[in-house]
Design a binder for this molecule. Structure first.
Ligand SMILES: [Zn+2]
Length: 133
């Protein structure tokens, strides 16, 4: 089997929103899973996820974990993508006083700050408000 360095294997996951879809029951997971939690199938295939969604809930982090102080305050929220898949993500380009439940957002790919115990700044994506003309 071809061995590919971890960095290169992860590139598609860093620059596209890719989940996994169960071939048996069609349940979609993000981040991708190897095994379906609904039906137990291990037949899952990669699926591109929509890049737009809405803010379901959010929290403004004012007292972040050690190491993240300089980024505070920042917003972390749950985004429901078109189609219903939910993603935990940082929300950027948005003032903490202006974010609202139901706000339309889109995926933006940014430099990953750091992976840490907060577990929220991963995969290179963040979400930002969709600016309407
Ligand atoms: Zn399934």
């Amino acid at each position: 089997m071809l061995r590919v360095p971890r960095y290169w294997r992860e590139i598609p996951y860093r620059y596209r929103l890719i989940g996994s879809k169960c071939k048996n029951c069609s349940k979609i997971y993000f981040p991708p899973k190897q095994r379906c939690r609904v039906c137990g199938s291990t037949e899952l295939e990669p699926v591109n996820l929509p890049r737009r969604g809405r803010v379901i809930t959010y929290t403004v982090i004012r007292s972040p974990p050690s190491g993240y102080e300089k980024y505070a305050p920042y917003i972390v929220g749950i985004i429901e993508l078109e189609g219903g898949v939910r993603i935990l993500s940082q929300i950027v380009d948005c003032d903490p006083t202006e974010i609202t439940i139901g706000m339309e957002v889109e995926a933006a790919f940014r430099r990953v700050i750091e992976q840490g115990e907060a577990g929220v700044i991963e995969y290179g994506y963040k979400f930002r408000p969709i600016i309407k003309p």
